[in-house]
Design a protein around this ligand. Structure first.
Ligand code: SF4
Length: 237
């Protein structure tokens, strides 16, 4: 294989889905965005809602590997001002070629990551959502534009604040009820209480796109595969 061909192959990324929607979470909520969801996640949270990117029961047999130019064309043709690279855990991949193309085309580049791996690429906005299953690198926590803490139970916030310590420097710290716990009164009240007692930078978060079912309106968006806390879930359950 020639060097040029090898380089082209190296730039390809395994893509679970790509679709046009709007950002449903965080500081950019409600803005048009093009999403690129990549395969692979070694973190493996029991309540993952993207199990199709890594869980042996849900991951497809054939995985498409696409070069940055092909991934980006639809984003360029859309009204989106930014591309969100997500997963899975996108930072297990070298994203440099993709982020270069995104920025060359005049779009801004956002990443949503657990923070557990070094970031490879140039990003305009970094969202770190730490997970106990594989803790984030401190450098990623410190450089995050926003943190998204998943509140699974009523002590989650206190547990994360104790772990974060002096690295709690992000301008925005979102407190998201874990989706399967979104009607759990104790979880919601722990968020209410934290925000009312401490004020900024804490903010109440939610996955607004799920309420609007906007992702599903792009036919290339795959149906979510939520584990809901059951790591051993199978397709038949
Ligand atoms: S929630 Fe995110 S970090 Fe956790 S398993 Fe799913 S994709 Fe990986």
């Amino acid at each position: 294989m020639s060097n040029a061909l090898l380089q082209t192959e190296a730039r390809r990324l395994p893509v679970h889905e790509r679709f046009y929607s709007w950002q449903g979470e965080g500081c950019h909520a409600g803005r048009a965005a093009f999403f690129i969801r990549l395969y692979g996640c070694p973190v493996q949270c029991p309540w993952c809602d993207s199990a199709g990117t890594w869980h042996p029961e849900f991951i497809p047999r054939n995985i498409e590997r696409l070069p940055p130019d092909e991934l980006l064309q639809e984003a360029i043709d859309s009204a989106a001002a930014f591309v969100v690279i997500t997963g899975g855990e996108p930072a297990i991949h070298d994203l440099s070629a993709l982020t270069d193309v995104i920025r060359d085309r005049g779009l801004r580049c956002h990443i949503e990551t657990s923070g557990a791996f070094p970031l490879q690429g140039t990003f305009d906005w970094v969202t770190v959502s730490p997970k106990w299953q594989k803790l984030p690198l401190r450098e990623n926590v410190r450089c995050a534009n926003e943190l998204k803490l998943i509140v699974e139970h009523e002590t989650s916030i206190a547990d994360w604040l104790a772990w974060l310590g002096d690295d709690l420097r992000a301008d925005h710290v979102w407190l998201h009820p874990e989706w399967s716990q979104r009607q759990n009164r104790a979880v919601l009240d722990s968020i209410n209480q934290t925000i009312k007692e401490r004020g900024d930078p804490f903010r109440a978060g939610y996955q607004l796109h799920k309420l609007y079912q906007v992702d599903e309106q792009d036919p290339r968006s795959r149906p979510p595969a939520p584990l809901g806390g059951r790591i051993h879930l199978s397709r038949e359950d």
